[in-house]
Design a protein around this ligand. Structure first.
Ligand SMILES: *Cc1c(COP(=O)(O)O)cnc(C)c1O
Length: 450
């Protein structure tokens, strides 16, 4: 008959747990052993026939608790979906130079707020500013935590208790419940909608302009399209009527491409340079969408306005940290040196040729020894180029249950995220960074599954 008194003592367990203590520290190891013993006693209470675990059983169980407690929940995954900027998968992977720059300031002290020439306190706001000025020709720039905070800051600093004119067709929800009208409310700005859901004209803006107008805003429809009976004025025409009334124009580009996406077979996404050329006083965009850098919100434009924004109390609350500033700068240098296609992963993924993709998909087919290479489509995703796709080749696997197969892939190490089409599981080489890793996971999962 089993007897709880035969359970090994804590003292004995600890004597045998030297390896666990070395790996996880004594206090945590002690916790895990206590929990394991509690679990054993509880099991014994409900079922006295239960076999008491050996010392090794208990240590194994404790180790499993310890690794759960100490493993990160945020892990690298392989993105085989062909969606280049997958918001759920962390948007843009970074260039090596960007990672290096972030690592350098993270592992050292830096001149974040220290003026090296004067030997006294400097400003973190100058970092990334000069390169943004050089790249875009803007008078001034400010980098903050993300584009949502950039918008909140701009509206709070320039339009608190004032009217903000925006087209009804641009009152969008970006995702995750982030809605442009809510941000306006939060900033204290008073929303003035003009036009209808499908049409807005210059005259609509003109009629709405007046006293107490803080600014005119344009928000890029980054995740949906309006098609059919539609009309929207050019940014330049909106700028002209706003400036006639002495009102500034803020353009929220969302993605903020610096390169023309039409070069890669996608539709044209409005570029930062175009917004400035059209006369927008401020332009806001994300660091981790089409720019291909770390999470950031970038505000560029007129110096007098940026100076006011920098002084607003919220600027401190949404400021960028040192690794972000280093990473944004390093990513922008790739554009300055005209090497974005070679160095920035998401630009590389957009610019890779169909032939190159086919060669890779066929090599995968060879390695895996299963499936077929078929024509398909990749998309950009992540609040850029809605409904747009470019041709690609994928490895397509026919399996009994695609859903179960996808689940096995998600549980692999590292997890693989793929998609299904016509009951086949598709793997798009365009977004896969580590092919050897993918092939290994695929072989393993297929061996267990087929
Ligand atoms: C994505 C997006 C935002 C939010 O940018 P984050 O960097 O994700 O905070 C704001 N406006 C538009 C139009 C967007 O597409």
């Amino acid at each position: 008959m089993n007897n709880l008194r035969d359970l090994p003592s804590m003292e004995l367990l600890l004597q045998n747990a030297t390896l666990l203590i070395e790996r996880f520290g004594r206090p945590l190891t002690l916790d895990s052993l206590r929990l394991t013993l509690d679990e054993t006693r509880a099991r014994f209470k409900t079922d006295p026939e239960t076999i008491l675990p050996s010392i090794d059983n208990i240590l194994d169980q404790a180790e499993s608790h310890l690794s759960t407690w100490t493993s990160p929940t945020l892990l690298p995954v392989i993105n085989a979906t062909g969606v280049i900027l997958h918001t759920n998968l962390g948007r843009a992977p970074l260039s090596s130079a960007t990672i290096q720059a972030m690592n350098d300031v993270a592992s050292n002290y830096s001149n974040l707020e220290y003026d090296l020439s004067k030997g006294k306190r400097g400003s973190r706001l100058i970092h990334a500013e000069s390169i943004l000025q050089k790249l875009t020709g803007a008078e001034a720039a400010l980098v903050v935590n993300n584009n949502a905070s950039a918008l909140l800051l701009v509206l709070s600093a320039l339009a608190n208790k004032k009217r903000v004119i925006i087209a009804r067709s641009q009152l969008v929800e970006i995702g995750g419940g982030f809605r442009v009208p809510d941000v306006m409310k939060q900033s204290g700005a008073k929303l003035v909608e003009v036009g209808t859901t499908n049409k807005v004209r210059v005259s609509d803006y003109k009629d709405a302009l007046g006293a107490k107008t803080g600014l005119v805003m344009r928000a890029h429809r980054s995740n949906f399209k309006i098609v059919g009976f539609t009309e929207e004025p050019k940014l330049k025409d909106i700028v002209d009527v706003a400036h006639d009334a002495d009102v500034i124009v803020v353009d929220d580009l969302g993605s903020g491409a610096l390169l023309d996406t039409a070069n890669y077979g996608f539709a044209h996404e409005p570029t930062v340079q175009e917004s400035l050329a059209a006369g927008a006083d401020l332009v806001c965009f994300s660091g981790d969408k089409l720019l291909g850098g770390p999470q950031a919100g970038i505000i560029i434009g007129k110096k007098v306005l940026i100076d006011r924004i920098k002084k607003h109390p919220l600027a401190r609350a949404v400021r960028a940290d040192k690794t972000c500033l280093a990473g944004v700068t390093a990513t922008l240098v790739h554009y300055l040196k005209d090497e974005a296609e070679r160095e920035i992963p998401i630009v590389r993924m957009m610019s890779i040729t169909l032939d190159q993709i086919k060669v890779r998909a066929e090599a995968w087919r060879e390695e895996v020894g299963y499936g077929e290479v078929v024509f398909s489509e990749s998309t950009v995703g992540g609040g850029s180029l809605p409904e747009e796709s470019i041709p690609t080749f994928v490895l397509a696997l026919e399996v009994k249950s695609p859903d179960k197969f996808l689940e096995r892939l998600r549980k692999a190490n590292p997890p693989v995220i793929a998609r299904t089409e016509n009951d086949k599981v598709l793997f798009d080489p365009r977004t896969v960074l580590d092919e050897i890793m993918l092939i290994n996971v695929l072989k393993k999962v297929l061996a267990e599954y087929l």
